[in-house]
Ligand binder design. Structure first.
Ligand SMILES: [Fe+2]
Ligand SMILES: [Fe+2]
Length: 191
């Protein structure tokens, strides 16, 4: 296991400057969300999970694909969608290259793009922190930020709905994990 400072140095060499700054921002936002929604346990893990969530994002696509193929539980849509590879590859990477053995942290990286039904509190925190970190500037980011601190479930539902509409609007396929997550949060409470 590396120290946080060592992981930062490795990430700095793997990521573009912009992506590295995004990773630091997501780590900071994750801690804030964990303070709001998590127990002591989540607080400790949130910074590390946020920091490493995009570890493989700037890796060449063929290398990402190789790591996806080494991973289990990957659906057909994930296999054929390059934008989703870095999450699956990232989970492999943090386990096998950063020697992080905490399943909750590995799953938070694995599902930070697709989401899934039955997400742990840490998984939700990383998913949302990625969307509302300081470097994000899409049109309703302030609304999502407010929602994330008033109801994590409602924020998840809002984000999943937005993501599904966007992906379907482009005519692209939606992974089953995303649909199952959406269905779960829809049942939990409408906004
Ligand atoms: Fe990502
Ligand atoms: Fe990210």
């Amino acid at each position: 296991m590396y120290t946080i400072e060592e992981i930062k140095l490795i990430l700095k060499s793997m990521l573009s400057k912009k992506r590295y700054i995004h990773s630091l921002n997501v780590a900071d936002e994750s801690v804030k969300l964990a303070e709001r929604w998590g127990g002591e346990n989540e607080k400790k893990k949130a910074y590390l999970a946020g920091l490493v969530h995009d570890a493989c994002k700037d890796m060449p696509q063929d290398e990402q694909k190789l790591l996806v193929e080494k991973s289990s539980g990957v659906c057909d849509v994930e296999l054929e969608t390059p934008a989703l590879w870095h999450s699956v590859a990232g989970a492999w990477y943090v386990k096998n290259r950063f020697y992080i053995d905490d399943e909750d942290i590995i799953n938070a990286v694995r599902y930070h793009t697709s989401a899934r039904a039955g997400m742990s509190r840490l998984e939700e925190i990383i998913y949302m922190a990625d969307l509302i970190s300081a470097d994000r500037s899409y049109s309703d980011v302030e609304k999502v930020r407010k929602l994330a601190y008033s109801s994590l479930e409602k924020a998840m539902l809002y984000a999943l709905k937005f993501s599904i509409i966007e992906v379907a609007g482009k005519g692209s396929k939606i992974p089953i994990n995303t649909i199952e997550a959406y269905n779960q949060y829809t049942s939990a409470g409408k906004i």
